[in-house]
Write a protein that binds this ligand. Structure first.
Ligand code: GDP
Length: 397
């Protein structure tokens, strides 16, 4: 985050090897960047002469039509830098940085934020945005086709022509659901080796823009770290989550299989215990309709508002049963709380020593909230703040 602008920096494979496959992967990356990135940084060594690889990197970057910044790295070792010499790469904005000393990094960040827009506030329309995320081959596209109906053709993108993140709209229960593009949906079958990072960048973008994410798993496979990371990313972004066990038709099972698998999932995804779990088959259509229904339900819960009076009665009761623990004679005292946001539901609780509020106490308050209200499928954000703005003052100092 720089000056209120949020952005992700993505490192690419080096372009400095000339064998054809790498070069091809590089070309693919650049093409992928053209649809994913807002700004491209071409990084070269300030202490060296311009190489052929520098030139081809600059050329590829400029070809995308995106804003390009030339970063002269290792500026601390380069002596006096003559910018003019680097101008022949054709990039207008040139910034010398030293990663070791930090020199120029602020200027670079300024130059980046000049080129990007602040992330817009969530749109106030009635559309629910849905992202299907998950590892390759778990069945995302197949589920998408089921959801959208057979006749829907997935448009493949022409490189560099669009930043559109939508793959289509569906109507359900008088609501419009927009499906967002993630890696493995739109560019299925076209992902060259070496572009994995951009695929995950696209997934992160979809998560950020979504209201609800379907995390699709393959019922034939075990749960892997990648699945848990994706669920974590959804939580961090404060988005709704449904865990989808797909290919249920293909699993050899007896009457205990589902219960066993469910309990395994529940323990692995304990940090998202409130997320509904659905067993689906994109082949038979099992429970596919349920996915949209749940999505709309979760969207509704993300927009509910808890009255301040009700919330404070809940807080009082919770504190009476268990007050927050103190440390070294400092005892946090909770004064009051109020809901300060929707989508995701966000609550601010004013207290003394907010930094001392332990994770387990947060969890305790969250559980009380969930017991009293139905927040199935959505994370809840709890902020503990000092009632006199102590946090703010400390940051400024
Ligand atoms: P994606 O990479 O996540 O989009 O996965 P795909 O939709 O391309 O599916 C990968 C493979 O799994 C394809 O061969 C599908 O036919 C198959 N598949 C997808 N969903 C199901 C399902 O529910 N049951 C079975 N048996 N196969 C499925």
């Amino acid at each position: 985050v720089w000056r209120g602008y949020h952005f992700s920096l993505v490192d690419t494979a080096g372009l400095a090897r000339a064998d054809d496959q790498i070069e091809m992967a590089a070309q693919d990356q650049i093409r992928e960047i053209a649809t994913s990135a807002s700004v491209i940084l071409v990084v070269i060594d300030a202490a060296n002469m311009i190489t052929e690889e520098d030139q081809s990197a600059a050329r590829l970057a400029l070809k995308t039509g995106k804003p390009v910044i030339l970063v002269l790295g290792k500026a601390d070792t380069a002596g006096t830098i003559v910018e003019d010499e680097f101008r022949r790469l054709g990039i207008q904005t040139i910034i010398a940085v030293s990663a070791i000393h930090g020199r120029g990094t602020g200027d670079l960040l300024d130059a980046i934020t000049e080129q990007i827009e602040r992330i817009p506030e969530p749109k106030a329309d009635d559309v629910v945005r849905l992202a299907l995320i998950g590892r390759p081959n778990v069945g995302k596209s197949s589920l998408l086709n089921r959801i959208m109906g057979k006749q829907h053709a997935i448009v493949s993108d022409v490189a560099g022509t669009t930043r559109d993140t939508s793959v289509g709209m569906v109507r359900s229960h008088d609501r419009t659901i927009e499906i967002l593009d993630t890696a493995g949906i739109r560019r299925r079958g076209k992902i060259a080796p070496g572009v994995e990072k951009f695929s995950s960048l696209r997934t992160m973008t979809a998560i950020r823009e979504a209201d609800v994410c379907l995390l699709v798993l393959d019922a034939n496979d075990g749960i892997v770290a990648g699945d848990l990371n994706l669920a974590g990313a959804v939580l961090d972004a404060g988005k709704g989550l449904i865990i989808v066990m797909n290919k249920w038709d293909a699993v050899e099972k007896d009457e205990k299989t589902q219960a066993r698998l469910t309990s395994k999932l529940e323990s692995q995804f304990q940090f998202a215990w409130w997320a509904p779990l659905v067993y689906t088959s994109a082949v038979t259509g099992l429970h596919v309709n349920k996915l949209l229904e749940l999505t709309l339900e979760i969207d509704g819960r993300r927009r509910q508002q808890i009255a301040t009076g009700q919330f404070n009665r809940l807080l009082e009761k919770a504190i009476a049963r268990q007050a927050p623990a103190g440390l070294k004679g400092k005892q946090p005292k909770i004064n009051y709380g109020t809901q300060t946001g929707m989508n995701p539901p966000t609550f601010t609780i004013f207290c003394t020593y907010p930094d001392l509020i332990h994770f387990s106490y947060r969890r305790y308050i969250e559980n009380q909230l969930r017991e009293a209200n139905d927040f199935t499928g959505t994370p809840i954000v709890l902020e503990f703040k000092h009632k006199h703005g102590e946090n703010l003052r400390r940051k400024v100092r």
